[in-house]
Design a protein around this ligand. Structure first.
Ligand code: NDP
Ligand code: 8X3
Length: 257
């Protein structure tokens, strides 16, 4: 039975790979992000690859910034009836901005990270939850980070935002317990996506250095885990999956060969 999966931040990295993974398994995906042309291209590609599902579209695009609460609410409310039953919400949209000691941190970077990683996740979840509660079913998967488990030097505000995701995941699970809604966190370590390019404002060379001498996680690795946790029986909920490259022991211990 095809499920409907809403993925935030599906224009790149984990979110894009997750959209591909669920599509390949015959599910319907609502892909979201700010870069509309990328959403449209992914929609064309997935529909070209897999066609429609029982005469219905396989992919629906929603174009919004998770930081804009009104836009988030409008976008979710605009879903046509055949797309409005969201079985799985993947809260993935997020970013790091800068890597500075706290005394040198830029206020704009702090706002961006907290508004996106914490408040954006809350806005989207708040808009999707009522349907799940009414149906007494659903699965919320938050993409946290090893940065939400440990703090590393200069990670300060990014780490704080991901610690917030860790806490919210636990809070959601407690509050949504009476409604049979599963809540899972997937907390990856170092993965090569556009993450470091964004963090270093387009400095590709500096971004490459982050992964120098080791095999980082690939977006597909995380997509596989996100897909996996949705395949378990109704009575089984994975709470928290922390996953690193084999060459990474924790946030600050990495082996570069
Ligand atoms: P990417 O930069 O490749 O992807 C980030 C995605 O988030 C993009 O699709 C982007 O879409 C979306 N996004 C960012 N800001 C907004 C916004 N304001 N509104 C809507 N969408 C937004 O990075 P990753 O795939 O690596 O990151 C995905 C998640 O994984 C993030 O939460 C990140 O913190 C987390 N993470 C990453 C790790 C890594 O090492 N790569 C490790 C652990 C966790 P668009 O720009 O089109 O809006
Ligand atoms: C991203 C992983 O180690 O760069 O969340 O913070 S790390």
């Amino acid at each position: 039975m095809p499920k409907t999966i809403l993925i935030t931040g599906a224009t790149s990295g984990f979110g894009e790979a997750t959209a591909r993974r669920f599509s390949a398994e015959g599910h319907r995906v609502i892909i979201t992000g700010r870069r509309k042309e990328r959403l449209d291209a992914l929609q064309r590609e997935l529909e070209g690859l897999y066609g429609s599902i029982d005469g219905h579209d396989r992919v629906h695009c929603l174009h919004f910034d998770v930081r804009d609460q009104l836009d988030v609410e409008k976008a979710i409310a605009s879903l046509p009836p055949e797309w409005s039953t969201i079985d799985v919400l993947v809260n993935n949209a997020g970013l790091a901005a800068g890597l500075d000691p706290i005394q040198d941190g830029k206020l704009d970077d702090w706002e961006k990270m907290l508004d996106t990683n914490v408040k954006g996740l809350l806005y989207v979840t708040r808009a999707v939850i009522p349907g799940m509660i009414a149906r007494k079913a659903g699965h919320i998967i938050n993409i946290g980070s090893t940065a939400g488990k440990e703090v590393y030097p200069k990670g300060n505000v990014y780490c704080a935002s991901k610690h917030a995701v860790d806490a919210l995941t636990k809070g959601f699970r407690q509050d949504l317990l009476p409604y049979g809604i599963k809540v899972t966190q997937v907390a990856p370590g170092m993965a090569e996506t556009e993450f470091s390019v964004v963090r270093f404002e387009g400095d590709e060379a500096r971004a490459k250095q982050v992964y120098h001498g080791l095999q980082p996680l690939r977006p597909e690795d995380i997509a596989e885990l996100v897909f996996y946790v949705t395949t378990l029986p109704a009575h089984v909920c994975v709470n928290d999956l922390v996953v690193t490259p084999t060459a990474q022991a924790n946030s600050s211990t990495v082996f570069r060969g």
